[in-house]
Design a protein around this ligand. Structure first.
Ligand SMILES: [Zn+2]
Length: 300
C-alpha cells in the first residue's frame, strides 16, 4: 500500500470509497478498514502481520470484497460472522469457497457457511494475522449474536452502533441491555467497528433524548462533515459511546426523565392509573426498553 494511502486512506472503487485507518506502522497489527456494501453496510477487513493478510468480518456481499482484495493484493485468511442476517453472511459461502478459508460464526444460529461454531469465551487464533479474538455472546438483536474482541478492537455487528443499538428482532430488552452494558464496560479506548453507517440518524435521536448533551452535539457536527465527504464515521470508541449513546446512558437522570415523558405521551390513550404505573420506569431495563421503542418510532 502506498504511503499516501496509509496516511489518507481513501480509495475510490466502483463508486464506493474505502477508508483506511492506519496511523502508524506499529498500529498495523490492530487496524481494520471498511468495504462498503448495500446502502449502508460496512464489511470490515482486519489487517495483521504481514499486512497483506486480512480477515473478513460480516461479508453480506462478496463482490465488493473480491474487488478490494484484488485491487489491494490482499490475501484473506478467515471470515468472521456476527449473526445470521443476510446482509452480514450473504457472501460468506461464496468467499469461503473461492479462497478456501474457514468461516467462524455463532454456534446458536443457523448459518450455512460456518465451519467453526463459536460460543461465549471461545478464543480464535488467526495465526496468519498474529491476532487473537475473544468471543462474547451478545443476544438481543438476534438470539445468538456474537461479538469479537481483541487488540483494542471490537467487532459488534448489529448490537452496538455509534450513538445507537440494533433493533430487538429476536431477543428481549433485558438481554440487549445486558449485552450493551457488557460492551460499555470495555476499556474506553476500544475501537468500535459497527456494521452499519447509522451515526447521523442515531445522533439526532440521541439529541432528542438529551438536548443538552454537548458531546453528542459536537460529534453530530463532526460526523456531518465526514459524511459530506463520504467518509465513514467509524470506528467509534467505547469512551465516546459512553458520552453520546443514549442506550448506554439509561442511568443518566435526563435520559430517564425523557424516557418517562415519552412513555406517558405514547400511552396517553390509556387510563391514568395504568399510565403512571407503566411509565414509572423503576429499572434500567425498563428505561432501555422505552428508549428502544421510542427510537423505533422516531422520525427525526
Ligand atoms: Zn442484523
Amino acid at each position: 500500500m502506498p504511503g499516501w494511502l496509509a496516511r489518507v486512506g481513501v480509495v475510490p472503487l466502483r463508486g464506493w470509497i474505502i477508508m483506511a485507518q492506519f496511523a502508524a506502522a506499529e498500529d498495523r497489527a490492530c487496524s481494520a478498514f471498511a468495504v462498503r456494501a448495500f446502502a449502508d453496510n460496512y464489511i470490515w477487513l482486519i489487517r495483521g502481520r504481514p499486512p497483506e493478510h486480512v480477515a473478513i468480518v460480516d461479508p453480506g456481499d462478496p463482490e465488493p470484497v473480491v474487488a478490494t482484495l484484488e485491487r489491494e493484493r490482499l490475501r484473506p485468511v478467515a471470515i468472521l460472522c456476527t449473526h445470521h442476517h443476510g446482509d452480514h453472511v450473504g457472501g460468506a459461502y461464496a468467499l469461503a469457497a473461492r479462497y478456501g478459508i474457514p468461516v467462524y460464526g455463532p454456534a446458536r444460529e443457523r448459518i450455512r457457511a460456518i465451519t467453526h461454531h463459536l460460543e461465549e469465551g471461545d478464543r480464535i487464533e488467526l495465526e496468519e494475522l498474529e491476532l487473537t479474538f475473544t468471543v462474547f455472546e451478545v443476544p438481543g438483536h438476534t438470539a445468538g449474536h456474537i461479538a469479537y474482541y481483541g487488540h483494542g478492537m471490537l467487532f459488534c455487528g448489529d448490537t452496538l452502533f455509534s450513538a445507537g443499538c440494533g433493533r430487538l428482532f429476536e431477543g428481549t430488552a433485558a438481554q440487549m441491555y445486558a449485552s450493551l452494558t457488557r460492551l460499555a464496560a470495555l476499556p474506553e479506548d476500544t475501537k468500535v467497528y459497527c456494521a452499519h453507517e447509522y451515526t447521523l440518524a442515531n445522533l439526532r435521536f440521541a439529541l432528542a433524548v438529551e438536548p443538552g448533551n454537548h458531546a453528542a452535539r459536537n460529534h453530530l457536527e463532526a460526523c456531518k462533515r465526514l459524511r459530506a465527504r463520504d467518509f465513514p464515521t467509524l470506528p467509534s470508541t467505547i469512551g465516546r459511546e459512553r458520552q453520546i449513546n443514549p442506550f448506554l446512558r439509561v442511568r443518566t437522570p435526563m435520559v430517564r426523565a425523557a424516557a418517562q415523558q415519552w412513555c406517558r405521551h405514547a400511552t396517553s390513550t390509556h387510563r391514568g392509573m395504568e399510565i403512571s404505573s407503566r411509565c414509572a420506569l423503576d429499572s434500567d431495563v425498563e428505561v432501555f426498553a422505552v428508549l428502544r421503542r421510542w427510537k423505533d418510532n422516531f422520525r427525526g
